[in-house]
Design a protein around this ligand. Structure first.
Ligand SMILES: C=C/C=C(\O)C(=O)O
Length: 258
């Protein structure tokens, strides 16, 4: 077994706990290529097990989140069908280790999108609709003590996601100035705006599209793209009710434990 395969297996096992020490024995904290190689091993492993890829997440797009984690560039992870939670649905504490919630703009692609020079306008032209979303991130690294390589290898620290009911075409939406309020148990817990996400959520999606096209694994029609947090992540505790409201896109919510 190679070092990358070994660390990929350690990460898979850590979903059931306990969380791991940082992966520095195999991955230098800035080793993006090695970290994406580990992520790809696990993507292939899970796809072979029958998990269906339904899109990608972009992460580390907001300065507030980069500061929370001590990193300075975006990354991506894979979304599988079994990571979706119904709007107003339930996430059980047994399903996660140390979850945090973040509010995001999701887009769904209308067409395949193999575009190594993609701009935000190109992404807009290929988008069917936008949706308010919450991503529940989790780390298989203890106490979230992650480097860039740790989170990339760990599928972008992804865990689950919730999509709202309202699907809005981009026409008439201003995803730059749209505000975001994330409430936990009715109290404001995170505040942000579209512009906080790499300057514009569609810029984050364009970064992802370029990156995937360059890697020969482009986005496809029907793919969901979580474009990245609009404000700081919020740590969750059992019993929390989480609701996000995004200007123009409406609400999305879930509860963490009964
Ligand atoms: C560690 C994960 C960060 C994100 O998902 C984000 O910034 O959107």
């Amino acid at each position: 077994m190679s070092n990358y395969e070994d660390v990929a297996a350690r990460l898979r096992a850590a979903y059931a706990g306990p969380a791991l020490d940082p992966l520095r024995d195999v991955l230098d904290p800035t080793d993006a290529d090695g970290a994406y190689a580990v992520q790809a091993i696990n993507t292939g492993f899970w796809a072979n097990q029958g998990r269906r890829i339904v899109g990608r997440k972009v992460g580390l797009t907001a300065k507030a989140v980069q500061a929370q984690l001590g990193v300075d560039q975006p990354d991506f992870g894979v979304l599988f069908d079994d990571m979706a939670i119904d709007n107003d649905g339930l996430l059980s504490p047994e399903q996660v280790l140390q979850p945090k919630a973040e509010a995001e703009v999701a887009i769904v692609l209308a067409t395949d999108f193999d575009h190594p020079d993609a701009t935000a306008a190109d992404v807009a032209a290929a988008t069917a609709h936008a949706i308010a979303a919450i991503e529940i991130v989790d780390s298989r690294i203890a106490d979230w003590k992650i480097s860039f390589a740790d989170t990339v290898a760990d599928n972008g620290s992804s865990a689950f996601f919730v999509l709202g009911e309202t699907r809005k075409p981009l026409d008439g939406l201003d995803l730059y100035t749209c505000g975001m309020a994330l409430e936990v148990n009715g109290q404001l817990a995170s505040l942000g705006a579209g512009a906080a996400c790499l300057g514009h959520p569609l810029e984050a999606a364009a970064w992802l599209a370029r990156t995937l096209a360059a890697a020969g694994d482009p986005l496809r029609a029907g793919d969901i793209v979580l474009t990245g947090a609009l404000g700081p992540m919020v740590a969750l505790k059992p019993g929390d009710r989480v609701e996000a409201k995004i200007g123009g896109l409406g609400r999305v919510a879930f509860r963490y434990g009964n």
